[in-house]
Design a protein around this ligand. Structure first.
Ligand SMILES: C[S@@+](CC[C@H](N)C(=O)[O-])C[C@H]1O[C@@H](n2cnc3c(N)ncnc32)[C@H](O)[C@@H]1O
Length: 264
């Protein structure tokens, strides 16, 4: 097992410097997010169903063909992978998935995009918020995308389009088609260059209320540097560093740029 010393150092720094439970958060918009998204006890009724789906994935030992995409996994290797191993090591935790759900619900997003479907569990969370939220999810590995589409059918989430192919190839086509996307969740290809590239492409189609979420911002030095750079882009009005993900807002109502680290 390789120990990611830099990740541990960053976590310790985050632990000691991040704000807790909204204390010291002066921006009214950020405070509302703390109250209604990050530190709320509100439990949505989909959460139990989706937690059961997660359990089923964790106990599904069938294998799928595997083709490495993006920066790849630090712990999983080989041509085939068990669903249970991917569910254990390659997808967001329950806490993170529920936060994503609450965030989409708070924003009332209607057109969401996920880069990196994997088994499609977060896709189900995103689509469950509201059947009026149209979700597009892109995945380069066809067997994973197929598996995820099967799950969406099984759980009757009809508001998802699964696209198979590389982000670099599909994203420009999607954004160039005048498709309005108000929520973008980037959870794949965690490298410095790719992250800056997806940010740049997403910026070309952004609206004032668009929200971009980047997962694993401390996964590697490249990701940490990419986060530092994109969160300080002059058009970003607010950046929220939650350690395991970073969130960017562009709202005109935020007059002075706000950059916060939150411990959740
Ligand atoms: C961390 S997983 C996504 C997890 C998922 N969002 C969840 O938590 O339920 C990242 C996925 O992105 C895919 N991926 C990485 N780079 C890609 C690229 N350049 N094009 C297409 N898919 C890519 C990988 O195959 C992998 O399945």
């Amino acid at each position: 097992m390789t120990i990611n010393v830099q990740l541990i150092k960053n976590y310790i720094r985050h632990f000691f410097t991040a704000k807790r439970r909204g204390h010291g958060v002066h921006s009214p918009f950020a405070y509302r997010l703390c109250e209604e998204v990050f530190y709320t006890e509100v439990h949505f009724f989909h959460f139990e169903e989706l937690a059961k789906v997660r359990q089923q994935l964790l106990s599904n030992h069938t294998s799928v063909a595997f083709q490495e995409f993006g920066a790849g996994s630090k712990s999983l290797k080989g041509q085939t992978r068990k669903i249970s191993d991917i569910a254990k090591k390659g997808i967001s935790s329950r806490k993170q998935s529920e936060l994503l759900y609450r965030l989409i619900n708070f924003l009332n997003a209607k057109n969401s995009l996920e880069l990196g479907t994997s088994l499609g569990l977060n896709t189900l969370y995103m689509a469950s918020v509201n059947s009026a939220n149209r979700v597009i999810s892109i995945e380069g590995n066809p067997s994973l995308s197929q598996f995820a589409a099967g799950m969406a059918k099984q759980y009757q989430r009809n508001n998802i389009d699964f696209l198979r192919g590389g982000f670099d190839e599909l994203l420009p086509r999607l954004l160039g088609d005048n498709t309005t996307i108000d929520f973008i969740y980037v959870d794949g290809n965690h490298t410095y260059e790719a992250t800056l590239n997806y940010f740049k492409m997403a910026m070309a189609g952004k609206k004032p209320n668009s929200v971009f979420v980047f997962d694993d911002i401390y996964w590697s030095e490249g990701m940490t540097n990419a986060w530092q750079e994109i969160s300080r882009h002059p058009e970003v009005k607010m950046s929220l560093d939650l350690f395991y993900m970073g969130i960017l807002f562009f709202r005109d109502e935020i007059k002075e740029p706000v950059h916060l680290k939150l411990f959740i």
